[in-house]
Design a protein around this ligand. Structure first.
Ligand code: GDP
Length: 431
């Protein structure tokens, strides 16, 4: 959903406006310098459009001074919001701090709505013209306190939202899978098992581009595109397939895919070559599923040692779903589809800014960051900047310890079900 950030000096009425938009008292109205509010983002709705409303007033100045504080608000808004609502006090007129914010806001391409608050009467409305001097276009007079023009402001805000990318609305075609793994793990065998020896490599599937090197296959009643399978289909394999060549091939396949199905040979120790493939896939930012093949060769003993090996060697990708299959007997091959779907869901998941901030403030209340230099560093504001793979930005008041970040990451996975996808956490400490 789009994000709307409210920026402005203390006491111009940001929190009153936030409450007016939410239709309830959610924000703390009195702007007390140095007080950091727990929640700064809220889920809001107007005319059937949902959006996240961010009250950047949480970043109020302490010793740093007004101009710096408001500059930070503006920067935060520019980086994370789709629409910026810049609030000034129409009774005071533009101040130096307002102008400092405007200098920053002018460099953004995002829509900025200049709101002249505290225009409680028609006469006061008429006087907002001096705010034209800020160079942000026409000032929009409102009274957050009395609700005057606030509906019109909301209309203006939702009109400024970016167009929904049509791609998202369109039905997606079959998802793209890269079947990778070191030589001899059984990739060709699996392909043959699910595609059948003679099935045509190129298929016409509506709404998707299929390269001649791709195969459309059906697993568990659903179509999937296995990218770059041409090499796997050759009956005689490249005898001189150097590892370098193989790794380029893996890279190309993974790049072209959304999810990688990494095959490992369950009957053999996990090798360095396996690790290299796993690293390659992790670094690509694609979703991942692990398929342990040749399960028909796995007996009790081997199973025991394999579990140990997995614990020891695959800690970095413990988030990837695992399926134990046999390309030879066909064991559990259908189950691959469910894991692929699960991984793709985690990969594409988006958490709204409101929900995320509520979650992180609850998390910090239950388990705060260890105290350092007399205070526990805190996340002031969090946002999911991207999906596929998920990427989170945490704005904090001090640098964070690695351990605590790992904790947040683990909790994110647990509480929101991020399975089968790498997650990126970026920390932006203040200053
Ligand atoms: P690729 O190099 O990854 O494409 O591996 P291949 O599909 O060529 O398989 C390598 C070898 O492992 C061949 O001899 C296959 O017959 C054998 N193989 C593949 N899958 C299985 C399996 O599930 N069980 C057993 N026992 N052997 C398998």
């Amino acid at each position: 959903v789009p994000t709307v950030a409210v920026v402005g000096r203390p006491n111009v009425g940001k929190s009153t406006l936030v409450n007016r938009i939410l239709g309830r008292r959610a924000a703390v109205v009195q702007d007390e310098p140095g007080v950091t509010r727990d929640r700064v983002a809220y889920d809001a709705e107007w005319a059937g459009r949902e959006f996240s409303l961010v009250d950047t007033g949480g970043w109020d100045p302490d010793a740093e001074g007004m101009a710096k504080s408001i500059a930070m608000q503006a920067e935060l808004a520019m980086r994370t919001a789709d629409v910026i609502v810049f609030v000034v006090d129409s009774r005071v007129g533009p101040t130096d701090a307002d102008e400092a914010a405007v200098r920053i806001l002018r460099s953004t391409r995002k829509p900025v709505i200049l709101v002249a608050n505290k225009a409680d009467s028609e006469r006061q409305e008429a006087e907002v013209h001096e705010l034209w001097s800020l160079g942000l276009g026409e000032p929009f007079p409102i009274s957050a306190l009395h609700g005057r023009n606030s509906g019109d402001l909301l209309d203006k805000i939702i009109w400024a939202f970016p167009e929904q990318p049509t791609g998202q609305l369109k039905e997606r075609g079959p998802r793209k899978v890269a079947l990778v793994g070191r030589p001899n793990v059984g990739k060709s065998s699996l392909l043959n098992r699910i595609a059948g020896e003679d099935r045509a490599v190129v298929d016409n599937v509506a709404g998707t581009t299929v390269d001649p090197v791709d195969s459309v296959v059906e697993i568990d009643g659903e179509d999937w595109i296995l990218v770059d399978t041409a090499g796997l289909r050759k009956r005689v394999k490249f005898a001189s397939g150097t590892e370098y060549y193989a790794s380029l091939r893996t890279e190309a396949a993974v790049e072209a895919a959304e999810v990688a199905l990494v095959m490992l040979d369950a009957s053999e120790p996990i090798s360095e070559q396996d690790q290299r493939v796993l690293t390659q896939v992790t670094e690509s930012g694609r979703a991942m599923v692990l398929a342990f093949n040749k399960w028909d060769l796995v007996d009790e003993d081997r199973r025991y040692y394999l579990e140990k090996e997995i614990d020891r060697e695959l800690g970095q990708v413990s988030w990837a779903p695992r399926v134990n299959v046999s390309a030879m007997t066909g064991r559990a091959v259908e189950k691959i589809a469910r894991s692929l779907r699960e991984a793709l869901e985690g990969w594409g998941q988006r958490i709204s800014t409101g929900e995320l901030n509520k979650w992180i403030s609850d998390l910090q209340a239950a388990t705060p960051h260890p105290v350092r230099a007399n205070k526990a560093p805190k996340v002031i504001y969090a946002t999911q900047a991207a999906a596929e793979p998920p990427r989170f930005i945490l704005f904090t008041n001090a640098p964070f310890e690695k351990q605590y970040l790992k904790f947040i990451q683990r909790k994110l996975r647990e509480d929101f079900g991020f399975v089968g996808t790498p997650i990126e956490l970026v920390v932006k400490p203040r200053e």
